[in-house]
Design a protein around this ligand. Structure first.
Ligand SMILES: [Zn+2]
Length: 272
């Protein structure tokens, strides 16, 4: 049952990416006599509000907000601090092979992030396994750190292979040349919950740095339900955005990053 709830929770979070709506039916309706005693633990996770900010609904308490968020207290959580001197030298990982087309976009602010929903067939081959691009969204500051260093923004390209296998390509932003996507859309990003529908077709691959080598480890979604289903690829080469763009976007994103989680014995690999 937990597995089923987890899968439902993952699918829901990827559709809504954590918006606090109540649109998905409960997977299980507890019997009335036990419902009262299990009121807190059995609460429908879709009704649960959570926050990136410290407090009752904050990251340190996500695991206790409802049963479906239990993974937030798991041993393979994301983000992590990537220590480059500890990278496993044994891995034979290769650079991603992209099969992306130009895609229609829909920009949504769901209250937790600004997200570009993608339609169309965009796949990436990661070490022999195909994953389909679903959406990308942003965090400020970065969620991962590299040798303890935070970057001002991190973008996550979320891909799916199966119901329980996801791959996220994470990219850091540093201050530099203006970012073309931001130049085009930053003024249209919804500053509170809402969406911007565009007729434009975006060449998603053109948003990536030319060097696509990465750090790799097994982790989780960084927002509830924190499911441990993500094959993480954090690109080594950062993207750039201007100081003004970073300031403007960071204000909208409002510190939507999860604190660093312990490695708990996991190893980090890399492609060269
Ligand atoms: Zn993310």
């Amino acid at each position: 049952m937990k597995k089923t709830l987890n899968v439902i929770a993952i699918v829901t979070v990827l559709m809504l990416f954590g918006s606090c709506k109540n649109e998905t039916k409960k997977a299980e309706t507890p019997k009335p006599e036990v419902e009262e005693s299990l009121k807190v633990s059995k609460k429908d996770c879709n009704e649960v509000h959570w926050s990136h900010h410290k407090g009752e609904k904050g990251p340190e308490n996500w695991k206790d907000l409802c049963d479906g968020f239990a993974d937030c207290g798991g041993k393979s959580q994301s983000p992590i601090n990537i220590v480059t001197s500890n990278i496993s030298k044994e891995s034979k990982l290769v650079a991603p092979k992209f099969n992306y087309a130009k895609s229609a976009i829909n920009i949504v602010n769901n209250g937790h992030t600004v997200q570009f929903n993608i339609t169309g067939e965009n796949t990436v081959d990661l070490n022999g396994k195909d994953y389909k691009l679903l959406q990308f969204h942003y965090h400020a500051k970065s969620e991962h750190t590299i040798n303890g260093k935070y970057y001002p923004i991190e973008v996550h390209f979320v891909h799916q292979h199966s119901a329980t296998e996801y791959a996220v390509l994470g990219m850091m932003f540093e201050e530099g040349k203006p970012n073309k996507l931001f130049s085009k859309y930053l003024d249209k990003f919804p500053t509170s919950k809402g969406e911007f529908k565009s007729e434009d077709m975006v060449d998603v691959l053109s948003l990536f740095p030319s060097d696509k080598n990465y750090y790799n480890y097994q982790g989780s979604l960084t927002t509830p339900p924190c499911s441990e289903v993500v094959n993480w690829h954090v690109l080594k080469t950062p993207l750039t955005a201007s100081k003004e763009q970073i300031a403007q976007f960071s204000k909208i994103l409002n510190s939507n990053y999860r604190p660093i989680m312990p490695l708990n014995g996991r190893t980090v690999g890399q492609s060269n």
